[in-house]
Design a protein. Structure first.
Length: 529
């Protein structure tokens, strides 16, 4: 009988029933003298006892400021220790932390503040070209529920902390209470606020950490943004639920600063999306960094090219590096490779199902589960599925069906061994003259071209075929980029004719989301005419 594309993660390790505050209290009591948080740029560092005290102080200050259980507290900031304090302090009092993308400008931040009803906004002062104070003051008047704005590194932050009282009255909390709203980067229209509970994100961080064997000996370098699940769940919560140390290398991603932090702090784990690892490996002085302390890490966000993975394992000493797949709405991880998986599984798949989670692959039209080895839409169910989109029941119902399955919008294939390959987004699939083309397959193939450093493939309109294949290429040597003729000759006889790119665009960089995903929709819009 044909085996269906369904799998569930059995485990002898039970789910945590804690709130985030209770879980942190346990870490503080167990490892009071171990380092919890290091901010490399400022040189500041905190043991678990000190970190717990700072969290309690801020939690007390928020209560004294009139923030109650269920109130929304916005955080619009670059990576810094205060971001982490806000994360745990809001969880301690049952306030709902609203993550705001640091790249947002006034139009976007105004929408998020109003849609979520933020009462207190905590923001950075400025970073690079972003003047957060000027933007916040501009929109403040049009956000009726916004009572106060506090700026990190400003007297207003110290004034907030000064409100703390010795014995605050904490509210009773349930692990199923909403604790976090994360706005997903919508490609059309306004973003949606995925609402997550203690149970969602604490367990996801914990089990991601379990699968890469975190202990209190680990030191986790986190160059990915905290505003995204990759930073605050897979990074922070995975660390604190195991007594490990969170290391902040820089306010935003900087490849040299990241490797310096790994070397200086003797980090055992490093996170990033493939483009981050590519940037680190391509540093002119890469070989000068001592990365021998590394053993593991997480690569997520997009598929990892084989050659990059080989170098990460061999030259960065990350023999146990793990690939994770997920989405904000699932807290985020549903699939993960294991420590001892081979190179092919780490580059050809996104792993197998996490403990206590179910996945299936269905026919997008009928919802019927597909046989293993055939493509369909990936769906996931379990503790990790969000409570819903904040105050948008209609959009929630579009994403989560009556059986509580989250529909990811990703096209995937489940192998016989239960490992899953992502073959593209339903909306990214190219249909050329009736042929279905998955960009991932072409990208992986083109990555082997000696003149190509990175590549993204998108479908663009074509009068005769409906769509044609455009390859957007970052060359290894900008002075000697590949030509379309070279590219087509490389593909000839090795790819089906309809998959061979008919157009080529040479670029310096790709348009990216802050979480490190390439904005293919922007590539299509920019070069599709």
């Amino acid at each position: 009988m044909t085996q269906l594309s369904y799998a569930h993660g059995t485990s002898a390790t039970t789910l945590l029933g804690d709130t985030i505050g209770v879980n942190l209290d346990r870490a503080v009591a167990t490892w009071p003298d171990r380092e919890a948080l290091v901010d490399v740029p400022s040189g500041r560092r905190w043991t678990y006892a000190e970190f717990g005290a700072r969290v309690e102080e801020l939690a007390s200050a928020l209560l004294a400021s009139g923030i109650a259980k269920g109130d929304r507290v916005g955080i619009w900031a670059i990576n810094c220790p205060e971001w982490v304090f806000v994360q745990y302090a809001t969880a301690r009092i049952g306030a709902i932390m609203v993550n705001i993308n640091p790249a947002y400008r006034t139009h976007e931040v105004e929408y998020v503040l109003k849609q979520s009803g933020v009462r207190l906004l905590i923001a950075s002062l400025s970073h690079k070209s972003s003047d957060y104070r000027a933007m916040a003051e501009e929109v403040r008047g049009s956000c009726p529920e916004l009572r106060e704005v506090v700026y990190i590194g400003d007297p207003s932050w110290e004034a907030l902390i000064a409100r703390a009282t010795p014995d605050p009255a904490y509210p009773d909390l349930s692990c199923d209470d909403p604790i976090n709203i994360q706005y997903t980067s919508g490609t059309t229209g306004f973003p949606k606020g995925a609402t997550l509970s203690h149970h969602n994100i604490l367990n996801n961080g914990y089990f991601v950490g379990e699968l890469i064997a975190y202990t209190e000996q680990d030191r986790v370098c986190i160059p990915v943004p905290f505003y995204h699940c990759f930073g605050m769940v897979m990074g922070n919560l995975a660390a604190t639920s195991h007594g490990a140390c969170m290391v902040i290398p820089a306010p935003s991603f900087d490849p040299a600063a990241t490797l310096r932090a790994v070397q200086q702090e003797r980090c055992t784990s490093l996170y990033g999306v493939p483009t981050m690892f590519i940037a680190e490996l391509n540093l002119p002085d890469f070989a000068d960094y001592d990365l021998s302390s590394l053993r593991t890490g997480i690569m997520a966000g997009s598929p990892c090219p084989v050659e990059v993975m080989k170098r990460v394992v061999a030259e960065m000493h990350m023999a146990e590096v793990s690939i994770c797949y997920g989405m904000t709405e699932t807290s985020p991880v549903s699939l993960q490779t294991r420590r001892d998986d081979d190179l092919e599984h780490r580059t050809g798949t996104v792993g197998r199902v996490l403990p206590h989670i179910e996945v299936k692959i269905v026919d997008p039209a009928t919802g019927v589960t597909r046989p293993r080895g055939t493509a369909g839409e990936l769906c996931t169910r379990g503790y990790s599925v969000m409570l819903g989109y904040w105050e948008e029941p209609g959009k929630t119902a579009e994403a989560i069906d009556a059986g509580r399955w989250m529909h990811t919008g990703d096209l995937a294939v489940m192998r016989e061994d239960g490992y899953v390959e992502i073959v593209g987004r339903i909306k990214d699939m190219i249909i050329r003259g009736g042929e279905n083309i998955y960009p991932r397959e072409i990208e992986e193939f083109l990555y082997g071209h000696p003149k190509i450093r990175d590549v993204q493939v998108v479908g663009v309109p074509h009068e005769r075929y409906g769509e044609e294949v455009l390859a957007c290429v970052i060359p290894r040597d900008p002075a000697d980029p590949p030509t379309l003729e070279e590219l087509r000759a490389y593909c000839d006889g090795r790819l089906a004719h309809y998959k061979i790119p008919s157009r080529l665009q040479i670029l310096d960089s790709f348009p990216m989301t802050v979480s490190g995903k390439v904005r293919k929709v922007e590539l299509r819009e920019r070069y599709g005419s």
